[in-house]
Design a protein around this ligand. Sequence first.
Ligand SMILES: *[C@@H]1O[C@H](CO)[C@@H](O)[C@H](O)[C@H]1NC(C)=O
Ligand SMILES: *[C@@H]1O[C@H](CO)[C@@H](O)[C@H](O)[C@H]1NC(C)=O
Ligand SMILES: *[C@@H]1O[C@H](CO)[C@@H](O)[C@H](O)[C@H]1NC(C)=O
Length: 584
Amino acid sequence: MSESGLIDVFVFMGDQPSDVFRQYTTLTGSAPIPPKFSLAYHQCRWNYVDEADVRSVDDNFDVHDIPADVIWLDIEYTDRKKYFTWDVEKFPHPAEMVANLTAKGRKLVAIIDPHIKREAGYFLHEDATEKGYYVKDKDGKDYEGWCWPGSSSYLDFFNPEASKYYSERYKFENFPGTSNDVHIWNDMNEPSIQHHEQNRGRNLSKRHVHNEYGLWNIRATHQGMLDRSDNKYRPFILTRSAFAGTQRFAAVWTGDNAAEWGHLAASLPMCLSLSLAGISFCGADVGGFFKYPEAELMTRWYQAGAFQPFFRAHSHIETKRREPWLYEPSTTALIRDANRRRYALIDFWYTLFYEHSKDGLPVMRPLFQHYPKEEATFTIDDQYLLGDKLLVRPVTSAGATSVKVYFPGTESNTLWYDVDSYQARVAAGYANIDVTLAKIPVYQRGGSIIPRKERVRRSSLLMADDPYTLVVALDSNNTASGSLYIDDGETYEYKKKKYIYAKISYTTEEMTYSFVNDKATYPTQSWVERIVIAGIKVPPKTAKLHQGDKQTALQMTLHRGNDVLVVRKPAATMAQPWKITFSY
Ligand SMILES: *[C@@H]1O[C@H](CO)[C@@H](O)[C@H](O)[C@H]1NC(C)=O
Ligand SMILES: *[C@@H]1O[C@H](CO)[C@@H](O)[C@H](O)[C@H]1NC(C)=O
Ligand SMILES: *[C@@H]1O[C@H](CO)[C@@H](O)[C@H](O)[C@H]1NC(C)=O
């Protein structure tokens, strides 16, 4: 239904689902490469109440050896819900607080909502009133609504001057205590009230714009964050409201869910739907926002969240505290394991997002995208693919001892390798898979290569120079291929060809690491620590590394039923192409 009487219809045609998904992002845009930290783990709560609380949460991640990249501040950090201000009693030293986080490679995200407290003396309210930047009611007066601060008005982002004014609030001098390591959360930006918005002499009714309001809100935030760093750093923004094109500026989470098994299960179809609608950077509040998740639900939610694009725990102010270490040690251990799995795959995620920025295809994909000939896949929304390489089937029900997993690719005899055991199974539709509480059913497609980083650090930034483990999962022809994207993780230098985008290929004769664009380079310190080749039928007798004009004989060991070969310490640098040749 179109309330305003207008509707725009676009019809996308193509042979394959991917053609349609690609056309949609060609029209509305794809997400640019996010700053790398934003693909790691985020810790949020309404609210971390003061600087000591932030410090204690931050420290506890280290005490309990759980990696984390971001601490979030919800609305209570402000001076009585006046955005761009701090509660000076509770947060007297925001810059020092941020510096303490960044010393460990961590960041801060602070919330800024678009409703403005109508309080005399509040600069934002006074400026917006005087300059006419507020949304108007039907009589042309400043619309007054009710939100967190009480009586509030809403900035009219359809007015370019109001947007510009708002963008400028993000300058460091206008928002003291912030820095390039402070990123932004725009919430409550889907007005559900009837009002009018002025736009260049035209009156836009709320019914004309709906969630486009949120889009213009985050555009202005995005511009402000670019301006504050002279276009040097990539902004990270989280938004609740979303519209066609939102993906160009912000990640989206699925809003205020609850600690219920059904809500955990719903996070999968919700994020899959958003992904097909161009919004790949999607996630649900881990643990559930309302209510309290008992240990099993919390464990399963972390395990699911670790394999969804946006990975953030969040909770309501009236719920019991639930940071990972507040559970029994056995639960904390499972949460630690889930987070570490996320970090081990951080460069895989980053590569997927780079590829999304180029081809516009979803990061999180329904099975039918790659297996459209298998009708059974059309209705599957409790499992999904990451890129075309990992098959993920999170456990989303209480007391599960087994789950039904659909293994696609029956026609081509696709192999799926359990990522924990490297045990392969041939695609044959549904199978029952036994699960313990520690198990996350994740499978790597035979024919793929996935980069991992296995050293445990406090944050993703501290892993930047760490060595890679390359996991090669062979298809039935004994071949595999993959890709890897590397850059500085935070700036726009990649636009000046300061990046590496490499293709990695394996055949029985050789394994190669070559640059797709050889004009683009990045001086990474990372090297290959280990290559794991799963599904090997005839192990090679010798392996030799060729890099530059150097050749080095490599050591190999066989594992499991002799079908997993580990090439030990090739020590090839990832800053240059290399090749390993095998002889039999
Ligand atoms: C920053 O860290 C130091 C050292 O742990 C601590 O003494 C100080 O209180 C911290 N500052 C803030 C604002 O958290
Ligand atoms: C827009 O709304 C204002 C206030 O209600 C009214 O005065 C003005 O005539 C309207 N403009 C148009 C173009 O409808
Ligand atoms: C194996 O190779 C054959 C011949 O090139 C090809 O038709 C088939 O699709 C390949 N199988 C896989 C799993 O890639």
